[in-house]
Design a protein around this ligand. Structure first.
Ligand code: UDP
Ligand code: MG
Length: 327
């Protein structure tokens, strides 16, 4: 039996990407065009650019492309909500219309020629196909080693992160529907998606340098992203502090006994230095513990409010006239 040709939507979150957007649009439309000709995807397939509240010409470029290419469409968010939520907005929008979706960054660091492989895997019946980088040659030594340590730590804690997979992946409609049922507003997609289950596979590719523009993930944001991932998936850090507290309690018992013995035997007591070290050390540990508990409480605080995750300003997928936005 001939399988139905799937309708694909490629979702591309964009934040201040004016320098690269035209190249991205051009290259992705060529890919879509080839796939349509090959009858791997339906002619109504689309590339959905999500403008995440950019301050530059990004939205104008998207709107212009929409009026020029049939495959291009756009979604403008009301403000900047960050990569993960912008991606979710695009995926949720695309899901009602598509049989499968692919998410990819606007900077073309991920090899778009493997989109074809993604689709072949989808045709074989895989519901989620992860794009996995073969190497991290384009990353600095620092980023490479910290990333490796992070993946290792997360896996040790039982969070099944796919090693070297960022947010380049294909998801079937079924998998995406399941994703949409995850309600957390503090989103860490690459941790959540492996929790969905279904039949999954990986496709390997070489990751390139950013073609133009600069990374939107400086060290500060990356650290917060990593900490976010850790604390929204595991309570292991809190448990660690509990164990640390317990161990110090026992050690201090021994040290206290020793100090008392010294005093009773009339030996000189250890004095100022040891006192200062203990106070600072224990004080530091306590602050760390409180800070960590605070991290979790702030997560609860943010989640219980159930605020909307994003607001859509313009949706070119359906009705709005793209000409309005670049004339
Ligand atoms: N991005 C976004 N909103 C943001 C920050 C980034 O939509 O607030 C988009 C950005 O335009 C890009 C993707 O997320 O398409 C990944 O960002 P980037 O390439 O800067 O991250 P890196 O590859 O350096 O980790
Ligand atoms: Mg990038």
């Amino acid at each position: 039996m001939q399988k139905k040709i799937p309708l694909l939507t490629i979702v591309v979150p964009c934040y201040n990407e004016e320098e690269i957007l035209d190249t991205t649009i051009q290259q992705l439309t060529i890919v879509i065009d080839d796939l349509v000709k090959e009858q791997l995807i339906a002619p109504s397939s689309r590339i959905l650019f999500v403008d995440d509240g950019s301050k530059d010409q990004t939205w104008r470029l998207i709107a212009r492309a929409c009026s020029q290419h049939t495959y291009v469409t756009g979604l403008k968010l009301a403000r900047n909500v960050g990569h993960q939520l912008a991606l979710l907005a695009g995926l949720e929008r695309a899901n009602s219309i598509s049989d499968c979706t692919i998410s990819i960054d606007a900077d073309l660091q991920d090899d778009i020629s493997v989109i074809r492989e993604f689709l072949l895997k989808y045709r074989e019946g895989y519901e989620i196909v992860y794009g996995v980088r073969k190497n991290r040659g384009t990353d600095t030594f620092f980023k490479r080693s910290t990333a490796q340590g992070y993946y290792r730590l997360m896996n040790k804690l039982g969070i099944p992160l796919i090693y070297n997979h960022a947010d380049y992946r294909l998801m079937s409609k079924r998998a995406l529907c399941e994703l949409c049922r995850f309600q957390e507003s503090n989103l860490f997609l690459r941790g959540i998606i492996p929790l969905i289950g279904f039949k999954t596979t990986e496709v390997y590719y070489d990751r390139k340098e950013r073609l133009a523009g600069e990374t939107k993930y400086p060290l500060r944001k990356m650290l917060s992203f990593a900490l976010n991932g850790l604390t929204s998936f595991s309570i292991a850090p809190i448990r660690f502090v509990t164990y640390l507290g317990l161990s110090i309690f026992f050690i201090s018992g021994l040290a206290g006994g020793y100090a008392l013995l010294q005093k009773l035997l009339g030996a000189t007591d250890a004095g100022w230095t040891s006192l200062m070290i203990s106070i600072w050390f224990i004080g530091g540990l306590q602050l760390m513990g409180i800070g960590l508990i605070g991290e979790y409480i702030s997560r609860i605080f943010l989640e219980v409010k159930r605020r909307p995750k994003y607001a859509i300003d313009v949706d070119l997928y359906t009705n709005a006239d793209p000409l309005k936005y670049f004339r």
